[in-house]
Design a protein around this ligand. Structure first.
Ligand code: ZN
Length: 242
């Protein structure tokens, strides 16, 4: 099975369309989506429509729940908060219902799909430090988890009782006996210094994973953000991938 794993579209229709186009070329058989389809970008409803037509394998992100009042947005930074309040006003009733029904975690065999952390997805914590990574591995039920949330691609590996290590490549062969937590980056608001849309490709048969980057029409996405009256920083950051 050839999986594509996408996360953090954040209402960026231009990046989402470019990635969906790319999925066809990659001959992907199944798509998983790791949350935050809305928030920040100017097209929350259109992105939700695209997502619903793309896959049923979807989990909720903090911006999804935040936009329908299911998670507290007090901890959000000012531009994230104002974008969530704007998104709340835009969402169509059927899309609110769709977001409300999203689960926090999905599991297929060995693979866990979650937005934030496998251990406590509802707390929306990040995995930035080694102790945080160790904690995440402790609760991992299978050998592989795909996550999003930080918008920064990352591959973590842990072999039995040895310490967690970072695999410094965007491509890896998954070895048996080693467990992995893989952050697939962000389709709609990358923050690793690269402006292209990012997503993950996982070949279950060949046991390979690679990060894919796709160029998209950044300028149009930026113009829409400004026109919608959203914070201008949300447009600016897209050109630099920050
Ligand atoms: Zn996000």
């Amino acid at each position: 099975m050839r999986w594509a794993i996408l996360s953090d579209v954040h209402g960026n229709l231009e990046s989402f369309r470019a990635v969906i186009e790319d999925l066809r070329e990659e001959k992907v058989e199944r798509v998983a989506y790791l949350g935050d389809v809305v928030g920040y970008g100017a097209d929350p409803n259109d992105c939700l429509t695209l997502l619903e037509g793309l896959t049923d394998w979807v989990v909720a992100g903090n911006h999804d729940y935040g936009s329908i009042g299911l998670t507290d947005i007090d901890a959000f930074n000012p531009s994230a908060r104002s974008a969530i309040l704007w998104t709340r006003d835009q969402l169509l009733p059927e899309n609110r219902i769709y977001l409300r029904n999203l689960l926090l975690r999905r599991q297929i065999g060995e693979i866990t799909f979650v937005h934030a952390t496998p251990n406590q997805p509802e707390d929306w914590n990040y995995i930035f430090t080694f102790p945080e990574a160790e904690e995440a591995f402790q609760s991992l039920t299978g050998g592989l988890a795909f996550i999003g949330h930080s918008h920064r691609p990352l591959i973590l590996a842990k072999e039995k009782d040895s310490e967690v290590r970072v695999i410094d490549h965007e491509e890896v062969i998954l070895e048996s006996g080693i467990r992995y937590i893989i952050n697939v980056g962000s389709v709609g608001q990358p923050r690793d210094g690269r402006p292209e849309a990012a997503y993950g490709l996982y070949d279950e048969t060949g046991k390979t994973y690679r990060l894919k980057r796709v160029d998209y029409d950044v300028a149009t996405a930026q113009k829409k953000i400004i026109k919608a009256g959203l914070p201008s920083f949300l447009a600016q950051r897209l050109s630099r991938g920050i």
